[in-house]
Design a protein around this ligand. Structure first.
Ligand SMILES: [Zn+2]
Length: 133
């Protein structure tokens, strides 16, 4: 990845590294600018403690926009959801901000990988250029 170590590329509008998450980005994504881009975001992370099945289900019921799934590898989880934001960094920061906002579900976690795909407005750029990072 060419942008992997670029701090500006990963910075959310509040100055946080998107991979650390940002609660402000999460809160703003609930009330987005109508002109903002819709992203499909996926975040793979490790949880220090196993997340109870009930808590996984609660995320869906609660957030509605989000899904939290356990993968077959031990303590690896996948959080997916749609976020509206001007940039991929903001979309990713907002999704991880959801985890920060829900410490009762996930108390300590380490983000392994993130992916944001621009899904609307339908851009006239090749599909590979809509994937962030
Ligand atoms: Zn932010």
């Amino acid at each position: 990845m060419i942008h992997q170590d670029d701090a500006a590329y990963w910075a959310c509008p509040h100055g946080y590294d998107a991979r650390d998450g940002c609660v402000s980005c999460f809160e703003e994504s609930a009330d987005p600018d109508p002109d903002s881009i819709t992203w499909d975001v996926a975040v793979w992370f490790n949880s220090r403690r196993p997340i109870p099945v009930k808590a996984l289900q609660d995320v869906h019921r609660h957030g509605n926009r989000f899904n939290l799934d356990k993968l077959s590898a031990p303590q690896i989880y996948l959080l997916t959801g749609q976020a509206r934001a001007a940039r991929g960094a903001q979309a990713v920061a907002g999704l991880i901000g959801f985890l920060l906002h829900n410490r009762h579900v996930v108390d300590e976690f380490t983000v392994q990988e993130t992916r944001a795909v621009q899904i609307s407005p339908s851009p006239e750029v090749p599909a590979r250029d809509r994937v962030w990072p």
